[in-house]
Design a protein around this ligand. Structure first.
Ligand SMILES: Cc1cc2nc3c(=O)[nH]c(=O)nc-3n(C[C@H](O)[C@H](O)[C@H](O)COP(=O)(O)OP(=O)(O)OC[C@H]3O[C@@H](n4cnc5c(N)ncnc54)[C@H](O)[C@@H]3O)c2cc1C
Length: 514
């Protein structure tokens, strides 16, 4: 029995099994020839009368969109292969983002307060041998996924939504007039199929055609009691140099029933990368030093682990009519974030309005739906950040290189103030903040990266940076044309709205709206 197995099984054998399953997926991603599912097929037959406007497959984040669309008069069916229930571990988010639920009429203020189970301040950002800063009100709210999803589910059912549990999506045939979905013995006909089946969705895997992710974030951790201090948190913290060809980062915060601590790192999907079990053993080795407590004195309640594949080709635009991806399957959050719930909440209003309008005017061809998952330069610029925080297997960088760079960048952002720092920490990159920060970062921290990363990522980045500037300028311009463009015929108006949204979100301007 390995030391990791011993610690995990002491709480429950399920955690050890879960870690092995996650490791099997991670190993397969690195080593196996990908099996490409053939779940979506085009068909010449008519779907005849459709049962629903929308069928959403996958209930975790799917229920957010399902309840929003149903509340706006759409007929929605939600298909979940298990039981629709939130996970035990809280989702961390900022309050301003969470208010979306109230603004959209999905939760009352009382329900929102009940969903919030933890709240802390302040949070630290710090790097080994370098700079340390503290922020308030950033990702400091813990939401109870069980309560949130159950409340939304009851709303959805109360509004007449149809929920099918314990039946998995098997495949779908796309016709000119609808989609016929097979799930177990069922055949469900809808006008639009939404894939919310997460990172390993068969639809997303088919669309990606066996492509390997260009970046992966590995994360392991726990919620536990027995820590001497549990009032503040860490958003990102490091106290070691590069080791095992990666930089370890830590996150910690007060949680329901104890303190959550995560160890995470950014890697590529090369075959020689280590397993999640190894990362978990590193977590147990370093946790006492991180939190100042002996391992034997920590009272583990639950363990967490996972990995997030990130693809440059994101958000994913599906190559079929009448199918749209949302949540993790769409890859709509940045490659440096593991806040997929937060990303979905930020885009919920946009997706709800856009899908509603697409259904209204029957704009359901692939090119119409692609506009609902548009290119976002503010996400694409973060690819360079992902690269600078990861180490190639054959590279020999200065052991504190990543810490020095992070330290320099955060010190500069801290000097520039909250309006620069806070959006960045909440996964929103804006042109003005980036333009103020970069000239002030010491070039001695950046130049050594060029031979290591090559010039291409920098050239690529410059293109996204220029687009970020362009989008920031286009949004106010596009908005000022509203009196004229709102009079366009419905189809053109749909395109105008989607363009405006892509400039708004793609430039990170949505952050200023909170
Ligand atoms: C350790 C860890 C910590 C995290 N912390 C945070 C955080 O603090 N804040 C935050 O914003 N995010 C956080 N996240 C990310 C967040 O949990 C995910 O982004 C979110 O769960 C994604 O939801 P999803 O519905 O897109 O995918 P998933 O969570 O993968 O859910 C997919 C759903 O689809 C269902 N499904 C799959 N296949 C089928 C099928 N064939 N038929 C029908 N249904 C199917 C599954 O049962 C599941 O319910 C964290 C993730 C991890 C692993």
């Amino acid at each position: 029995m390995t030391s990791v197995e011993k610690i995990l099984t002491r709480v429950s054998a399920n955690y050890w099994q879960g870690l092995n399953t996650a490791d099997r997926y991670w190993r397969s991603l690195r080593l196996d020839v990908p099996v490409i599912p053939a779940t979506i097929k085009n068909s010449d037959l008519s779907a005849a009368d459709t049962d629903f406007d929308v069928l959403i497959c996958g209930g975790t984040l799917g229920i957010l969109l399902a309840s929003a669309l149903q509340s706006r008069g759409r007929s929605v069916c939600l298909l979940e292969r298990g039981v629709l229930r939130g996970r035990e571990q809280e989702w961390n988010i900022s309050r301003c983002e969470l208010m979306t639920f109230v603004a959209m009429g999905l939760l009352t203020e009382e329900e929102l307060e009940r969903a919030i189970v933890t709240q802390y301040n302040p949070a630290r950002v710090g790097f080994h041998g370098g700079y340390e800063l503290w922020v308030r009100d950033v990702l400091n709210i813990g939401v109870d996924p069980v309560y949130l999803l159950e409340t939304l589910k009851q709303k959805f059912l109360g509004l007449g939504g149809k929920l099918i549990e314990n039946i998995a999506f098997n495949g779908a045939e796309i016709s000119a007039d609808g989609v016929t979905v097979s799930a177990g013995e069922l055949q469900i006909k809808c006008r639009l199929l939404i894939d919310a089946m997460g990172h390993f969705s068969p639809i997303a895997r088919q669309a990606r055609n066996g492509e390997k992710p260009q970046g992966v974030c590995l994360v392991v951790g726990s919620c536990a009691g027995g820590f001497p201090h549990n009032e503040t948190g860490d958003l990102i913290y490091s106290f070691t140099n590069i080791m095992h060809k990666c930089q370890y980062f830590w996150e910690a915060f007060p949680a329901r029933g104890g303190r959550t601590t995560y160890l995470f790192t950014y890697v590529d999907a090369e075959s020689d990368r280590f397993s999640l079990e190894f990362l978990m053993s590193e977590y147990f080795r370093l946790l006492p030093q991180y939190q100042g407590v002996e391992l034997d004195n920590i009272d583990f309640k639950r363990f967490l682990f996972g990995f997030f594949p990130a693809y440059r080709n994101s958000p994913l635009q599906l190559p079929w009519d009448r199918v749209l991806a949302v949540g993790d399957s769409s890859g709509s959050q940045s490659p440096v974030s593991f806040g997929g719930f937060g990303a979905m909440v930020r885009h919920l209003r946009r997706l709800t309005a856009g899908i509603g309008e697409a259904l209204e005017i029957d704009a359901l061809r692939k090119q119409d739906l692609a506009l609902l998952q548009p290119y976002q330069p503010n996400i694409s610029v973060t690819w360079l950040f992902q690269r600078t925080m990861s180490v190639k297997l054959d590279a020999k960088p200065n052991p504190n290189q990543i810490n020095d760079l992070m330290s320099g960048v955060f010190q500069t952002m801290d000097k520039l103030g909250d309006e620069v720092l806070k959006p960045f920490l909440q996964d929103v990159v804006q042109f003005s903040s980036l333009s103020k920060t970069l000239p002030l970062v010491n070039p001695r921290l950046v130049l050594p990266l060029i031979p290591q990363l090559g010039v291409n990522p920098f050239i690529d980045w410059l293109g996204h940076y220029a687009n970020l500037g362009l989008y920031s300028g286009l949004y106010p311009l596009g908005k000022s044309c509203a009196p004229l463009l709102e009079k366009l015929p419905p189809k053109q108006r749909y395109y105008y709205h989607r363009l405006l949204e892509s400039w708004f979100y793609g430039s990170g301007s949505d952050f200023d709206n909170y």
